[in-house]
Design a protein around this ligand. Structure first.
Ligand SMILES: Nc1ncnc2c1ncn2[C@@H]1O[C@H](COP(=O)(O)OP(=O)(O)OP(=O)(O)O)[C@@H](O)[C@H]1O
Ligand SMILES: [Mg+2]
Length: 263
């Protein structure tokens, strides 16, 4: 059994004392059967950076995100988190998952647990935090995302926007080094989109390293340090928001932007 101190120490030991990228994908390839979904993906995200990933449906955005915490395996290439190759299995993989927080389109809260219990479950089970400390942490995080008054409710009693903010708090409870967001606002009613984006913008401004797949171009312009445009499993363009939105280089990106920005 490991305690939280041991886990922290292991993480520190494993992390090299360099200022290299926090996330690095090199020559990553992935097939689903005959379908070639990731083609020579090369990507670096430095500490504190926000990378926004955009592209048409089926271009491989979700698959790429899922490879970063090894929800999907890769065929070849390497993925490093803080300089360390992704662990294959076991305890090291569990530790990696704790370092990489993920928020999906569907919030996937535990329906039979209170909001606070949803947030404290992993710190208690995985980090072996005692219940009082976990509750204090949970309440702090719920306050950070603006739903502390909902702590004792069940997920079904909350709006979609509130549930998604709880899902963000739940991911933050593991004190991840990086947060991955895969279309976190796509399932929300329009009036709830901004409350979630505002939380993400705040996180970014506090220095969280983030990779966000999103169709919210206003968010991308405001929060992203870099934008990656994917099509057909390939990174077609990389640039700053100004470069990408104002001077797209490829026909695919121009076509994508003309569709997405006209309504
Ligand atoms: N588990 C799977 N098995 C087989 N094919 C898959 C699987 N997951 C995704 N795919 C296929 O891989 C390709 C990339 O899918 P992915 O979900 O990564 O795209 P995406 O860019 O996230 O699309 P969207 O914008 O619709 O979410 C698609 O053709 C998809 O149908
Ligand atoms: Mg997707």
């Amino acid at each position: 059994m490991s305690d939280s101190k041991e886990t922290t120490k292991r993480t520190q030991d494993a992390a090299p004392a360099t200022t290299g990228p926090l996330v690095e994908l090199s020559h990553v390839e992935k097939h689903f059967g005959k379908l070639h979904v990731l083609k020579d993906i090369n990507l670096k995200v430095n500490k504190g950076e926000v990378l926004v990933v955009v592209g048409p449906s089926g271009s491989g955005k979700s698959t790429m995100c899922r490879t970063i915490n090894r929800l999907e395996t890769i065929d070849s290439g390497t993925i490093r988190i803080d300089g360390n190759p992704l662990p294959q299995e076991g305890k090291d993989l569990a530790n990696l998952r704790a370092e990489v927080g993920m928020v999906f389109q569907q919030f996937n809260l535990f329906a039979n647990k209170t909001i606070l219990d949803n947030v404290t479950l992993a710190p208690i089970k995985v980090r072996h935090m005692d219940k009082k400390d976990a509750n204090d942490l949970g309440m702090d995080l719920l306050a950070r995302v603006g739903v502390e008054s909902q702590a004792e409710k069940m997920p079904s009693q909350l709006s979609g926007g509130q549930q998604q903010r709880v899902a963000i708090a739940r991911a933050l409870a593991m004190q991840p080094k990086i947060m991955l967001f895969d279309e976190p606002t796509s399932a929300l009613d329009p009036e709830m989109v901004n409350e979630v984006l505002d939380v993400m913008i705040k996180l970014a401004s506090e220095g969280m390293t983030m990779i966000c797949v999103t169709h919210e171009m206003g968010f991308a312009r405001k929060a992203a340090d870099h934008i990656v445009f994917m099509a057909d499993g390939r990174i077609m363009e990389k640039g700053t928001p100004d470069e990408f939105f104002d001077h797209p280089q490829t026909e695919r990106a121009k076509d994508f932007l003309s569709k997405i920005l006209t309504h």
